[in-house]
Design a protein around this ligand. Structure first.
Ligand code: SF4
Length: 643
C-alpha cells in the first residue's frame, strides 16, 4: 500500500485502496505523504471520518513518525470551526443575555477564564464542563458569523492561529466535515480555513459521499434565524431611534419566523426524523389552474418580506461596522437558500426537512455529488487517495468510483486535455488470519425478517450466542425499534450485564462496556463504525438484518430514483453495494488485533436464500462459515485452553 501511495504522489494520480484492519493503513499512507510533502514542497491534507481516528493520527501515529523518520516534518490538527471559541463573540456575550440558568453563569465564567490562557481555544480542553453547553453556539467561531480580517480580534483569534500553524505544516489533519465545508467555500471571501494543498488522503473514505452532499447543498434552520436576531440585538449601534427601528424589524422577523416554523411542524409531521418536502407544500394549483400559495407559502412570503426589511434597514446605515456587514451577508444567504428550497424546482436536488430536538432544518442536497466532486476535487487536486477498510463490494470499486465521480480509466490524451488522471486501485488484504481468528455463524432455518416469527427466533439465537461467548458482545440492529425489541426480549434471559444505546452518551456507554466484565451492548448505526474495542472484551458481534439504507429516507429515495431514471437498477447499483459496505463495517468491529478471536453472526437468512446474498458472502472476510452452534463455539476453545 505504501508503494502504491508513493507512486500515486509521484505520478500525480488518484488512488483508491481498501485496506483491511490490521494492515497498518495509517502508516502506509503517512510515510509516503511525508516524503511527498518534502519532495513537492506542498502540503498534504489527511481527512478522517471520525474523531477517534483524527486523534489516533495526531496523538499516536504522527508523534511516532516524527521520532523515527530521519526526515523532520511538521503536522497540524484542524477541527471544525464550531469547536473553537470566537473571541469577538465571547466579548460581546459578556454584555448580553445568552445564559439560561445559574449553572450557565458558572460555566460561562469558567469558559471566560479558560479563554484567557488557552493555547488553542478548542473546547475539548474544557473536559470538566458538560458536553452540551447551551450557550456555546452563541460564542463559537462558525464561519458564517466571522467577520474575517475586519475583526478587531483577528490576530489573536484562535482560528487565525490554527490556520497559521496549518500554513507552516507539511501534513494537515482534518475531518471530512471541515474538509467539505472548506471545499464548498473555496473561492469565496469568507470562511475558508485550510491552506492550499496539493494532495488529499481520505481515510474512512466510505463516508465521503454523505458528508460532501451535506455541504454542497443549501440549508436554513430556525437556529440560524434565531442567531441572526440575537446578533442584531448585540450590534454596536448607539443611535436610539435607529435601535428602536431595528428592534421593530427584528420583532417582525421573530413573529413571522415563529409562524413559519410552526406551520412547518404541522405540515411536515411533528416527530423527529427526515422527511421529503413534497411538491405542493408552499404552492399548488387552484381550481382555475392558477398557482396559489398554501398557508405555509403565505407564511414564507411574510417571513421573506420581514427579512428583506431587516436587510434594507441595515443596508441603509451610513456607517457599517463589520458586524453589520456580516449580518447583511447572512440575511441575504438565508433568503437565497430559503427561496431555493421553497421553489424546489432544481431537479438535481432533493428537498427535505429534518426535525431534531428543538431544531427544524430545511435542506436541499445534491442527489448526485459525482460531478461536483470531479470539478472541485478530482480535477483540481493532483493526487487524491481514498482509503478505508470497506470500499469494495464483491471485489470491485465500481460503486464507490461511480458515487464519487472518480474518472473511469482515461488515456494519456485525456489527461493532457485537463481531465482527471487515472485512478489506481488496490485491495490490501487484512493482516489478520480470519480463518483462525473468526467464525461466521448463519443460523439454520431462520424465518424471513418480515415474518412475525423473526423477532422471537432472533432473540432465541442471540441468547444462545451470548451464552457461548459469555456476553462480551455487540448486538447491532439496523433500526432503533429492532434494537429495543431485541434488548427487551434478551436482557432478562441472560446473566450478563446488558447495556442499550441511548441510556447514556456514546463515549460513556463504550467506557462502561469496556470496563464491565462479560458486558453486552445493544446498539444501532452509530456503533457500526469507528468503534474500537480490542481483546476479549468484545468476542462476538451479532447483526440482526442486512443493513439496507432506509428507503423512506428522502436522500436515499432520491438517489435510488435518480439511478432508475438513468436506466440503472437502484437495487444492484446502490442498495446492495451500500449495504455490503455497511455490513463489512459492522463485522469489522470484532477482530481489531492479531490476537483477537471471535464469533460473527448474521441473523438474516437472505444472506443464503436471496440471489444477491452471494455478493455479500463474497465480500466478507475469509472466515469459516457454519450453521452449527457447537462448531461456532469452537472458535473460543483455543482461547479457553490458553487460559
Ligand atoms: S476572526 Fe472571526 S472567529 Fe476570529 S475572533 Fe474574529 S469574528 Fe471570531
Amino acid at each position: 500500500m505504501a508503494g502504491a501511495v508513493l507512486r500515486a504522489f509521484e505520478e500525480r494520480r488518484h488512488l483508491i485502496v481498501e485496506a483491511g484492519t490490521g494492515t497498518g493503513k495509517t502508516l502506509a499512507y503517512l510515510v509516503p505523504a511525508v516524503a511527498a510533502a518534502a519532495a513537492r514542497g506542498g502540503r498534504v491534507v489527511v481527512s478522517t471520518g471520525t474523531k477517534n481516528l483524527q486523534e489516533q493520527l495526531m496523538e499516536k501515529d504522527i508523534p511516532f513518525l516524527q521520532r523515527v523518520l530521519p526526515r523532520k516534518f511538521s503536522a497540524a490538527y484542524m477541527k471544525g470551526r464550531g469547536n473553537y471559541v470566537c473571541l469577538s463573540r465571547l466579548k460581546r456575550a459578556e454584555h448580553s443575555p445568552i445564559l439560561d440558568g445559574l449553572d450557565d453563569v458558572d460555566y460561562f465564567d469558567a469558559v471566560r477564564r479558560w479563554s484567557r490562557d488557552s493555547q488553542t481555544g478548542d473546547r475539548a480542553e474544557l473536559a470538566e464542563l458538560p458536553e452540551s453547553l447551551s450557550f456555546w453556539r452563541h460564542i463559537d467561531a462558525r464561519s458564517e458569523i466571522c467577520t474575517g480580517q475586519k475583526c478587531a480580534e483577528y490576530d489573536a483569534c484562535y482560528v487565525t492561529r490554527m490556520r497559521q500553524r496549518a500554513t507552516d505544516a507539511d501534513i494537515i489533519i482534518v475531518n471530512h466535515h471541515l474538509f467539505f465545508a472548506d471545499l464548498a467555500l473555496r473561492g469565496g471571501e469568507f470562511g475558508q480555513v485550510i491552506p492550499d494543498y496539493s494532495a488529499v488522503i481520505f481515510d474512512e473514505a466510505h463516508q465521503v459521499e454523505d458528508v460532501a452532499a451535506e455541504y454542497f447543498g443549501a440549508q436554513v434552520s430556525n437556529f440560524q434565524l434565531e442567531d441572526m436576531l440575537r446578533d442584531l440585538q448585540m450590534l454596536p449601534i448607539t443611535d436610539a431611534s435607529l435601535n428602536r427601528e431595528l428592534t421593530r424589524v427584528a420583532n417582525r422577523v421573530g413573529r413571522f419566523a415563529e409562524q413559519f416554523w410552526m406551520g412547518f411542524a404541522r405540515e411536515a409531521r411533528a416527530d423527529e426524523g427526515r422527511y421529503p418536502i413534497v411538491p405542493g407544500t408552499f404552492a399548488r394549483k387552484g381550481h382555475g389552474g392558477e398557482i396559489e400559495a398554501t398557508p405555509l407559502g403565505d407564511a414564507y412570503l411574510a417571513l421573506d418580506g420581514a427579512l428583506q426589511r431587516m436587510e434594507t434597514t441595515l443596508d441603509a446605515l451610513r456607517e457599517k461596522p463589520p458586524e453589520v456587514e456580516n449580518l447583511i451577508r447572512r440575511i441575504r444567504e438565508s433568503r437565497f437558500n430559503l427561496e431555493f428550497i421553497v421553489a424546489g424546482d432544481d431537479r438535481r436536488y432533493v428537498y427535505w426537512v429534518e426535525r431534531r430536538g428543538r431544531g427544524t432544518f430545511l435542506r436541499a442536497s445534491p442527489i448526485d455529488v459525482s460531478t461536483l466532486l470531479q470539478d472541485k476535487l478530482f480535477d483540481r487536486v493532483e493526487t487524491v487517495v481514498l482509503t478505508s477498510a470497506t470500499l469494495a463490494s464483491a471485489g470491485s470499486f465500481d460503486f464507490i468510483k461511480q458515487r464519487l465521480g472518480l474518472a473511469p480509466e482515461t488515456d494519456e490524451s485525456d489527461r493532457e486535455g485537463g481531465g482527471a488522471g487515472k485512478t489506481d486501485e488496490l485491495v490490501a488484504s487484512s493482516g489478520y488470519n480470519y480463518e483462525e481468528q473468526a467464525v461466521l455463524y448463519l443460523p439454520p432455518r431462520m424465518p424471513e425478517p418480515r415474518s412475525p416469527q423473526w423477532a422471537e427466533r432472533a432473540a432465541a439465537e442471540v441468547v444462545e450466542l451470548l451464552n457461548i461467548s459469555q456476553g462480551r458482545a455487540f448486538v447491532l440492529s439496523t433500526s432503533l425499534s429492532g434494537m429495543r425489541a431485541l434488548y427487551e426480549r434478551v436482557h432478562g434471559e441472560v446473566d450478563f450485564p446488558c447495556f442499550v444505546q441511548g441510556s447514556m452518551a456514546k463515549a460513556g456507554l463504550l467506557e462502561r462496556f469496556r470496563t464491565t466484565p462479560n458486558a453486552v451492548l445493544f446498539a444501532t448505526a452509530s456503533f457500526w463504525q469507528g468503534v474500537d474495542v480490542r481483546g476479549e472484551q468484545l468476542s462476538c458481534v451479532v447483526i440482526d438484518k442486512l443493513p439496507f439504507a432506509v428507503p423512506t429516507d428522502p436522500v436515499v429515495a432520491a438517489r435510488q430514483r435518480f439511478i432508475e431514471e438513468q436506466g440503472g437498477s437502484s437495487f444492484y447499483e446502490y442498495s446492495v453495494p451500500q449495504a455490503i459496505i455497511t455490513l463489512k463495517q459492522g463485522l469489522g468491529r470484532l477482530i481489531r488485533s492479531a490476537t483477537d478471536r471471535g464469533l460473527l453472526a448474521v441473523l438474516d437468512p437472505r444472506l443464503r436464500t436471496a440471489s444477491y446474498g452471494r455478493l455479500f458472502l463474497q465480500s466478507l472476510p475469509p472466515c469459516r462459515i457454519t450453521s452449527d452452534l457447537r462448531d461456532a463455539a469452537a472458535v473460543f476453545e483455543s482461547e479457553l485452553a490458553g487460559g
